[in-house]
Write a protein that binds this ligand. Structure first.
Ligand code: F6R
Length: 329
């Protein structure tokens, strides 16, 4: 499958997650989603959608888990990611309940050994292209423990279907191509807000990194108005040629946050090459993230196409994982 074909499967992924039977999990006041990269972002989506959900993207567990005793949800598409496996080992030491989500790998073996509930994700994709499966499953688990009601997966599927169009000829594709023309050959800065648009902005950054093999950074309001906004003037001669900004807007943002976008963009307009804008659609946090993220996925493959690079391989990630595992063995 090409990356475009993988993106086209996203509505089906949200529907798959909507329909899965979630294994029985104990009710919990707090959930900690542990995972890295294309898997770890499932935790960011869940944390933006429900109170009581936190993410951990490193070794071990954060110190607060000893007192708060969250349900630990370990998400790894391959099931073999070192940091995530270290988090589950720590959860075992602390006697915390774990739910495992993967296509297989060591995480599945550990789930069998310890009797953890396990959700098997369909294989054959790049982890980052399984966004709908992974984020959808994280939300369904959070729903099962009682921290949210309706995750909005069907709404997400409908919005993304419409944006993509049946043959990747929908409005999101045309918008993405225009944005990619402005961003190609540039360093992308993705401006988000707080909550869903911040998660989507991070997804754009990581997809431009991995699919387009290009640098991209995130700045989120209101925090960026207290630092980023000052950092554009002295390198203006470079940033005016080399930096493209995309603002991810959400009509459901707090109005106090929403009114910051225009003056913030005005303040930096002279010091960057292009500024684009994409608006979220829908009501549920999942749908708002999914629509913005789908356009970002398309932008990342269009930038890759413009640069003549293959969006699929992520050789530096694989090489680093191999190097570290050889050093450890
Ligand atoms: C590759 C990708 C990476 C992986 C990450 C963790 O497509 O997106 O960011 O997701 O290296 O690996 P997994 O997802 O197998 O735990």
């Amino acid at each position: 499958m090409t990356m475009e074909e993988m993106i086209r499967t996203l509505p089906g992924q949200y529907r798959w997650a909507h329909d899965i039977e979630v294994p029985s999990v104990p009710a919990s006041q707090t959930v900690l989603v542990c995972g890295m990269g294309g898997s770890g972002i499932a935790g960011d989506v869940a944390a933006a959608a429900a109170g009581g959900v936190f993410t951990h993207k490193s070794y071990g567990l954060p110190a607060w888990t000893a007192a708060m005793r969250p349900l630990v949800v370990a998400v790894s598409y391959s099931g073999n990611t070192e940091e995530t496996l270290s988090s589950t080992s720590e959860a075992v030491r602390e006697g915390l309940q774990v739910v495992a989500v993967s296509t297989g790998g060591r995480l599945e073996a550990e789930a069998a050994e310890h009797g953890w509930p396990f959700v098997r994700i369909p294989e054959g994709l790049q982890p980052r292209a399984a966004f709908g499966y992974l984020a959808g499953t994280a939300l369904r688990i959070v729903q099962a423990v009682g921290l949210m009601e309706e995750p909005g997966l069907e709404e997400a599927a409908v919005i993304v279907d419409e944006l993509l169009g049946h043959d990747l000829d929908g409005p999101g594709v045309h918008l993405a191509e225009d944005l990619a023309d402005g961003l190609s050959g540039k360093l992308a800065v993705v401006l988000g807000g707080t909550g869903p648009s911040a998660v989507a902005a991070y997804r754009w950054k990581t997809q431009i990194n991995e699919n387009a093999k290009s640098p991209a950074y995130v700045a989120c309001l209101p925090e960026a108005d207290h630092n980023d906004i000052v950092g554009w003037s002295t390198l203006g001669s470079i940033t005016r040629r080399l930096v493209g900004v995309v603002a991810l807007r959400d009509g459901l943002d707090d109005p106090r946050l929403a009114r910051r976008f225009e003056p913030t963009l005005r303040a930096i307009r002279e010091d960057v090459s292009v500024i684009g804008e994409v608006w979220a659609q829908g009501h549920s946090p999942m749908a708002r993230i999914a629509g913005l993220a789908a356009v970002g996925d398309l932008v990342s493959v269009a930038i890759a196409r413009n640069a003549g690079v293959d969006p699929i391989p992520v050789e530096p990630i694989e090489t680093l994982k191999r190097t570290l595992s050889q050093e450890n063995s």
